[in-house]
Write a protein that binds this ligand. Structure first.
Ligand code: SF4
Length: 371
């Protein structure tokens, strides 16, 4: 909820712009002070910067621009040439959309990007952030370009308690309120620079920030705790037992999980069912094989997306020649790294077999007691 108090302490965009005039980053796609921004370059850089860092984009941007200096040149190029020039930037759907967008700009807009945010938004591969950024930077529209960096800055400025993504509309509204009508493009770029260089995710340099005084998170000393994150919903703890059987020929009993469902098709030491009310003291009743079972001290814990799991581990040695029960098999211990063992099973085997049987992916000597 926005309160009147928040509105009163609203940071002044002029302070940010004054800071930007002194500290703006010199980026190849950015117009110099006094120059008019080229919509093609702004759009191209924004698409390249989606999911990619500035440092990685810089050399690609230069080469791409030399090859396709205008939106018309890009539209007229075969898609294969565009894909080739994009190679190395990843997320190839962006390159396909880029080409389709260039064609639409040429075919439907006469080779000029539409100057309105709402029209830009209709172009392929242009989302809310890119449309607002191009509209503000290239056409001077007072549009609020809000990406992850801006969300971080604004959520800290106003100490927004709602977690993301719930806070997005509030962040957007607060950003929009601050966009100045005279320099919207510089304001967008200033916010980008502030988020990238000062208001960083970890250890923001608040002492250098032009908005240090009005920043509510900084005043409370809680800047790193914003934006608030949604707590992960996890289900109740499930428990079960895992059975590690070592045959005298140094083989371990394994089975393959059903193809469907959790950890489908992966290998595992046999286990009981995993239940919230599982009683570990009765685990031996679920053992896959008759043997002298030894309950190992401690438990193995693992957190799946939807629930945490705690496994009691039972261990047994059996004589050479002991057959595997139906749907199970013996795997020589040295071949365990070649089995498709999920993390939880690597922990179970490391817990039972210890350093004598390092399992690929489990740090040597680490007895897995917790997730
Ligand atoms: S004062 Fe610190 S936390 Fe607040 S906006 Fe500036 S850098 Fe970010």
């Amino acid at each position: 909820m926005l309160t009147s108090a928040l509105r009163v302490t609203k940071p002044d965009p002029a302070d940010l712009l004054a800071w930007y005039d002194r500290h703006r980053r010199d980026l190849p796609w950015r117009a110099k002070p006094g120059e008019t921004a080229d919509p093609y370059r702004v759009w191209l850089s924004e698409i390249m910067l989606q999911q990619t860092t500035v440092a990685a984009v810089k050399p690609f941007y230069q080469r791409f621009l030399e090859r396709f200096p205008t939106v018309t040149a890009l539209a007229e190029a075969p898609v294969e040439a565009v894909m080739q020039a994009w190679a190395g930037l990843g997320y190839y759907s962006r390159a396909r959309n880029l080409h389709a967008c260039a064609k639409a700009v040429v075919d439907k807009h006469g080779g000029s990007f539409p100057a309105i945010e709402a029209e830009l938004l209709k172009l392929k591969g242009v989302g809310a952030y890119t449309a607002a950024a191009v509209a503000a930077i290239a056409f001077g529209e007072p549009a609020a370009a809000v990406d992850g960096n801006v969300e971080r800055v604004v959520s800290r400025l106003f100490a927004i308690e709602d977690p993301l993504p719930k806070a997005k509309p509030q962040i957007r509204a607060l950003t929009q309120e601050m966009v100045p009508t005279d320099r919207p493009g510089d304001f967008a770029q200033a916010l980008m620079d502030l988020g990238a260089t000062i208001c960083t995710p970890k250890r923001p340099a608040c002492a250098l920030c032009p908005w240090m005084k009005p920043c509510r998170a900084r005043a409370a000393g809680l800047q790193e705790t914003f934006p608030r994150k949604q707590k992960k919903e996890t289900g109740p703890l499930r428990k079960g037992a895992a059975f590690v059987v070592l045959r005298a020929d140094d083989s371990v009993l394994l089975r393959t999980r059903p193809p469907q469902g959790l950890l489908g098709g992966m290998a595992e030491a046999p286990t009981s069912a995993w239940e919230t009310d599982y009683e570990p003291s009765r685990a031996v009743l679920d053992a896959p094989i008759e043997a002298r079972w030894q309950r190992l001290p401690g438990t193995v814990r693992h957190v799946f997306t939807h629930f945490p799991l705690e496994l009691t581990v039972l261990f047994a040695k059996v004589p050479k020649g002991t057959p595997a029960p139906d749907d199970m098999r013996w795997t020589p211990r040295r071949e365990l790294p070649g089995e498709a063992l999920p993390g939880v099973m690597k922990k179970v085997l490391a817990h039972a077999l210890g350093e004598a049987a390092p399992v690929k992916g489990t740090p040597k000597g680490k007895r897995a007691q917790s997730a």
